[in-house]
Design a protein around this ligand. Structure first.
Ligand code: EPZ
Length: 418
């Protein structure tokens, strides 16, 4: 088990960058099987989750090549349409391949994705959307068998603007005759990136970024090259870490409008923010002010920023109220922050943070990807050495995070074993 050893009390200052978006890469890698040809992807972050997604494609029969930051996927010879159970369990977001398999082969088999550390993560909305498109679904011994004689276009009304269910609906409908309309669709920027990628292949998808997406079925898709958008959650994570340490940062190659709700809240804490087309400059105040956060579907405050932002608020002056509206148990990391002296009380989906205390270093353990990043932030500020264990969670979603932070003046080393 790997750990980070973080020497706290050092300001983060200087210039940094973000990697390609994990949450745009995963559906785009899945969608690459639709053209039965060659897909070249640039700016895919080299992290556990993208590696797992590529491993699944290989198991299905794709040929994958990597060279200097480019990934080449040849999906001509896919011979299987079941997602390997072990990989499904390792990464629940692999369910996104089902939509692409259904579109290409009119069938897919996969196991129920395990819940994870932030909630039960059901896929009922995905399955209801598939049924609307004419897919028969049979569940047997923990496996889901999808099969259709003909995928038919439909009007899909999502009960909740689920990101994954929106993406899976788009993929499954890509070759369906006629026009499929997805209502109450998620509006996240990663879905806009997926639409751009699909249309670059010759698909006809419109409306991504709004709550009504239309998919005009096409006959086939062509080879494509595509560059993945920058990771907005990594950008927000680095900005909060800089703010918490009282530093100043120039973050380049980002899309500031993807971060609007986070930048707005950072300004409320007293940070000075300067935005250019593809860069953000943040200067932290002497003392951060407490603010209240309510997570919402995009364009509201992103749930993936809840933990890191809350950790930062432990150092702000005053009391902050955090409401997590998306996942039912996304506060687990707070028990680890309390081991460092954070004053937090939790009532259901609401947490009250009494900020201003200096946290003390401790040995803490990551409980999930974004919760782990929150612990790193706390370790960057707390005096002395903090050990963050179980960093495998963090390596799933952040590429070279320790390197990026050390380049900004942090002192983090990775410790192997025990
Ligand atoms: C995506 O997960 C992201 N993952 C998550 O990021 C992100 O937190 C989430 O969207 C919300 O923005 C990827 O894109 C790979 P949802 P997804 O379906 O698609 C419920 C990270 O840290 N729901 O929008 O799984 C669900 O339980 C990860 O990078 C159903 O009830 O999220 C949750 O409460 C974590 N039935 C809510 O909707 C369904 O069929 C939002 O889930 C599907 C979802």
């Amino acid at each position: 088990m790997k750990s980070y050893i973080i020497e706290g009390g050092r300001k983060l200052e200087g210039e940094s960058y973000v990697s390609g978006s994990k949450n745009a890469s995963l559906p785009i890698i899945a969608a690459s099987i639709l053209n039965g040809g060659v897909t070249k992807l640039y700016n895919v972050p080299n992290i556990h989750d993208t590696q797992k997604m590529l491993e699944i494609l290989k198991k299905l029969g794709c040929k994958i090549k990597h060279n200097s930051g480019k990934i080449i996927i040849d999906s001509k010879n896919i011979k299987r349409w079941e997602i390997p159970e072990d990989l499904m369990r390792q990464m629940r977001s692999s369910v996104i391949i089902a939509g692409a398999l259904i579109a290409r082969f009119q069938k897919a088999t996969f196991s129920y994705p395990g819940g994870c550390d932030i909630g039960s993560r059901p896929i009922d909305l995905h399955l209801k959307a598939f049924e609307k498109l004419g897919v028969n679904i049979e569940e047997e011994a923990g496996f889901i068998h999808c099969q259709s004689d003909k995928i038919t276009s439909a009007e899909i009304q999502l009960d909740f603007p689920s990101v994954g269910a929106t993406e899976n609906s788009i993929l499954a409908a890509i070759f369906a005759d006629g026009e499929t309309v997805i209502k109450n669709a998620a509006m996240e920027p990663e879905i806009v990136d997926l639409q751009k990628f699909l249309n670059r292949m010759g698909a006809k998808v419109t409306g991504a970024g709004t709550n009504i997406i239309k998919v005009q079925g096409v006959k086939r898709l062509k080879d494509v090259s595509y560059k993945i958008m920058p990771d907005r959650i990594e950008a927000g994570t680095l900005l909060c870490m800089c703010a918490a340490t009282g530093g100043k940062m120039f973050l380049k190659d980002v899309k500031p409008d993807h971060l609007a709700p986070v930048l707005h809240k950072l300004e409320e804490t007293g940070c000075k923010i300067e935005i250019k087309d593809t860069s953000i400059i943040l200067e932290a105040p002497k003392k951060l002010k407490a603010v209240d956060i309510k997570t919402m579907p995009y364009p509201g405050f992103p749930t993936d920023m809840q933990s890191v932002f809350s950790a930062m608020l432990c150092f702000a002056k005053g009391t902050s109220i955090i409401t997590e509206n998306i996942f039912e148990s996304r506060f687990k990391y707070m028990s680890e922050l309390k081991r460092m002296g954070a004053k937090i009380t939790i009532e259901g989906r609401t947490a009250v943070i009494k900020g201003g205390k200096r946290l003390s270093n401790a040995t803490v353990s990551a409980t999930d990807l974004r919760g782990g990043a929150a612990l790193i932030l706390a370790g960057l500020v707390a005096r002395g050495k903090t050990k963050v264990e179980n960093i495998g969670y963090i390596l799933r979603g952040y590429e070279n995070l320790d390197q990026k932070l050390n380049d900004l003046g942090a002192k983090i080393v990775i410790k192997e074993g025990e």
